[in-house]
Structure formats: C-alpha cells, structure tokens
Design a protein around this ligand. Sequence first.
Ligand code: NAG
Ligand code: NAG
Ligand code: NAG
Ligand code: NAG
Ligand code: NAG
Length: 506
Amino acid sequence: MAISKARPSPLPLLSFQLLLTLSLLHPLHCCHASQQPIQHIAVLVLENRSFDHMLGWMKEAFNASIDGLNGTECNHRSTKDPNSPTICVSDDATYVDPDPDHSLQGIKEQVFGSDATPTMSGFVEQALTISEDVANIVMKGFKPDRVPVFTTLVQEFAVFDRWFSALPGPTQPNRLFVYSATSHGATSTDKKHLALGYPQKTIFDCLDDDGLDFNIYFSSAPTTLFYRNLRKLKYVRKFHTFGTFMDHARDGRLATLSVLEPRYFDIASDPANDDHPSHDVANGQKLVKEVYEALRASPQWNESLLLITYDEHGGFYDHVPTPNVGIPSPDGIVGPAPYNFTFDRLGVRVPTIAVSPWIKKGTVVTRPNGPTPNSEFEHSSIPATIKKIYNLTSDFLTQRDAWAGTFEGIVGELTSPRTDCPEVLPDVTPLRMTGAKEDSPLSEFQSEIVQLAAALSGDDYSSSSSFMTVKEADGFVNDAMSKFFQASKEALYLGADESEIVDMRY
Ligand SMILES: *[C@@H]1O[C@H](CO)[C@@H](O)[C@H](O)[C@H]1NC(C)=O
Ligand SMILES: *[C@@H]1O[C@H](CO)[C@@H](O)[C@H](O)[C@H]1NC(C)=O
Ligand SMILES: *[C@@H]1O[C@H](CO)[C@@H](O)[C@H](O)[C@H]1NC(C)=O
Ligand SMILES: *[C@@H]1O[C@H](CO)[C@@H](O)[C@H](O)[C@H]1NC(C)=O
Ligand SMILES: *[C@@H]1O[C@H](CO)[C@@H](O)[C@H](O)[C@H]1NC(C)=O
C-alpha cells in the first residue's frame, strides 16, 4: 500500500503499522462521534452576492431578528463629502448584467470608504468608478418572492446572518478557504499558481486519513482541482458529473462529504447556475431546489446536513461592518506586493443557509459561541465543523479553522428528525428575458477554469484559447477534463502509485 507516500508529514513507520492494525480491528466508521445525528454533509458554494443583496429584505418580511435591511441604509456618492447625494437600498433587484468590483483594493474602498474603521460606506463611491449603472445596482436587493427557494429555506431551516467571506478578495482565494482554511497567501487570482495547484492540506485529506469518503459533483470543471492534492490518483474516482449526485441521493449512496459545484459556463442548452453576474439568479434558485428535493427524497435525508453559501459578496452592498479585530492569519503567509495583505480582516458578509431535518424551523444563527471571544462564522467554519461533527483525528488545518466558529449546535437541539419539512420547493420564474450569451468572451473566472483544464490535460492554453467564446470554452473544458480523468484512471489501472499526479505534458 502507498499510504505513507500519500501523507504530507513523515511519521515513523511504526505508527502506520499501529494505525493499520487498529483499523483492521475496529473498522474506522464505527468510532466517529455517534451521538450526533449527521452522517452526510453536502456543501454548495455559489458566486458573488452579498447577504443584504440576496436575503436582507427577509428581516422585514419574516423575522425581525434577522440582521437585514429596513430601507434606511444609504451610501453617499462621495465618502469625503457628507453633503453629497445618497443612493439607498431598495428591494427591486432583478437581473444584473454588469459585474461590480470585488478585488482586494475595490473591496477596501467599499468597506472603509474614507474612514479608518469599516463603515460599509463606500460601495456607491467605488461603483461610480465603474459606472452610474453599477452604483445603482449595488444597493439593490431581492424581494423575497424573487428568490422563492431561499425564502422557503430561510423560513423552514436556518439562516446565518453573520457569516463572512474568509478574506476581502475575489473568488478563488475565498473558494480555497472553504476546504483548506487558507488561500496559501493568494489575495487575487494568480492563474499560474492556480494551474499548478495550491499545495496545502485540505479537509478531504483529513477525511481520507480517517477512512471517510467524499464525492465531488461538478459540471464542466471542478474548482476543487485548484488544490494540488486533489489531483492525486487516489482521489480520481471521487469526481462525478453533477447528475450522479441525484442518483447517489436517490440510492442512499451519499458519502460523508458531498461537494456540489455549480455550472460556471452559460450555454443556451445548459445555462450557468452559479449566480455569478451576469448569470440569472433564477438558475441558481433552480439548482438549490433540485439539490434540496433530491436530498429530501433520499433514504439518507434523516442523517443529512446541507450548507449553501457564497464565495464572496461580488461588490454588492452589505451593511454589517466586516470584522477586523483579533482575526488570526491562517499560516503567517503574507499576500503579494503591493498590498502585502496579512489576512487580518474578513471579507463582506455573504448569505448562508443550513438545511437538515434536525434544525428547528425558522432558526436565525448569529454569532458562534467561541472558541475565542472574537471568533466568527466564515468559510473556515466549514472544515472546522466537519472536523467536529466527525471527530476527525487530524489537527486543525491552519490557525484560521482553529479559530472559526462551528455550527454543529444547530443539529443538536431536537431529539428526533422533523417530519414536517417540505418535499417540494416553489417553482422559479426566470429573471433574465434573453438567452445565454454563449458567444461572449470569457470572464476572469471562466478563463481561470480554462487554464486549469489546459494545465491538467497538457494543452498549451496561452497559444490556443485566449480568444475562446463561452461556448467554445465549455467544449474545451469538457474535453480536457475527460482526458485528465481518463489518463488518471489508466495510470491507476497500470499500477501507478496512488499518491502520484498524472502529468500529461509528456
Ligand atoms: C473522538 O475521538 C477520540 C479519539 O480520537 C475519542 O477519544 C473520543 O471519545 C471521540 N469523541 C466522540 C464524541 O466520539
Ligand atoms: C434600521 O436599521 C439600522 C441598522 O441597519 C438601525 O440603525 C436603524 O435604527 C433602523 N431604523 C429603523 C427605522 O428601524
Ligand atoms: C426520518 O425520520 C422520521 C421520524 O423518525 C421518519 O418518520 C421517517 O420515515 C424517516 N425517513 C427516512 C427517509 O428514513
Ligand atoms: C510589500 O512588500 C515588498 C517586499 O516584498 C516591499 O517592497 C513593499 O514596500 C511592501 N509594501 C507595503 C505597502 O508594505
Ligand atoms: C425568528 O428568529 C428567532 C431566532 O432564531 C426565533 O426564535 C423565532 O422563532 C423566529 N421567528 C419566526 C417568526 O420564525
């Protein structure tokens, strides 16, 4: 067996033999925290929307204890001029085309304005640097009936009204935090580094160390392959097309952890459902509906917990000041110049919803109870909670998941699973009146995925694909991913070491 090679830290051989012997005597599954009811966690991370934008208006509609909007929240056009006109929040968000700024510097201006503390005053001013249109859009939120799937889930299960992005930066660094509690120093998108893969240990490795299983379900390409470890041959059979999730749920074959990756490419026959502007939020709602209904109908429903969150706020307004006191750097790695970010602030608040028959109807979760007085819910709360629920033997991944709040308490209050959870969620009406723009050039995020697929399949991205449309990129990525998975499976079959990664360039 190749176990020792697959492990990041070299331990004495003796302890491996001991572990192996112990695991033969007691199948590992037997000993993991049996008094808590959850055996299957599913995580779905959507793209680029703030809490107030998606859920802020639910305070007025359903529960005054949700920290949402009351309509008096405004930003001045200039943070330096208190007499400048304001733009205030409104509940008429619909389909959004332009993509507001969510770079490290852009977010700093949104959060701090011209103040020294986070006052959430600079969203309008920062958006005005893009256009008048964007300045209007960033202050709009959805009326609850425009996002009917979330509206039902918030009323039936739990909403977190104080869950932040892990850093005030864009998509990929935040996505990296979700399963590894660090971005390994990334504060922006570093395509070369993404294509090579980030080296840190992940929660998947911790599960694997304890003999627990996980599956990753994806459309086009899985962003979890930005972690280099996940490219190892031993994990190749964990990746499945999205439809397989429905089969696994129906047949009671869900693993300890299921990762659900939305569709990032917008094709007429198969529209994107990641909620990233300009993609239609109605497709994200449909995706959540499908996932919920599959889980609700599953024989494993009574042992399941589904968490839905967003990688970052996408430039949309949120009124809750972002925490900036007592936030530990995950691993001491400092971000690149010129900002040299030390990971001492969290990002903007994002919508987070938890679903399980063990959650009391209409729960609103605010602050965690520790582990430190400054602890908050942020993306590192996901690996921290997985570790806690399954009593994993690995240490925390970084200082950040050791610090982040955990939410196992929300499934610890009832003595039996609820039987009144809806079987079907409301239907969703499209908000976008036009078709998918499949001939558009790629967004930054999409070109990162193309670069990943090119790197995995040994293709030269820079020469071949800089002029791809969304539709061409979708085809390219699908081909490249099947080549990579096929080659990995063949290498396994031929007896290659499980800890190896296939390199297709040779
Ligand atoms: C968690 O695992 C440890 C051994 O690693 C064990 O001593 C402890 O009893 C377990 N806790 C629960 C709640 O199962
Ligand atoms: C509206 O909410 C803000 C906090 O977002 C609060 O300061 C203000 O007092 C509230 N106003 C009304 C009229 O409820
Ligand atoms: C879930 O538990 C409830 C309450 O014990 C029970 O009525 C129901 O049949 C169970 N559902 C499944 C799928 O096991
Ligand atoms: C960031 O670090 C570089 C060296 O890596 C240094 O030259 C630069 O002055 C630093 N910038 C700031 C704002 O501290
Ligand atoms: C509002 O949220 C609080 C806190 O979770 C909860 O106790 C209360 O029952 C909720 N109210 C409604 C109407 O759901």
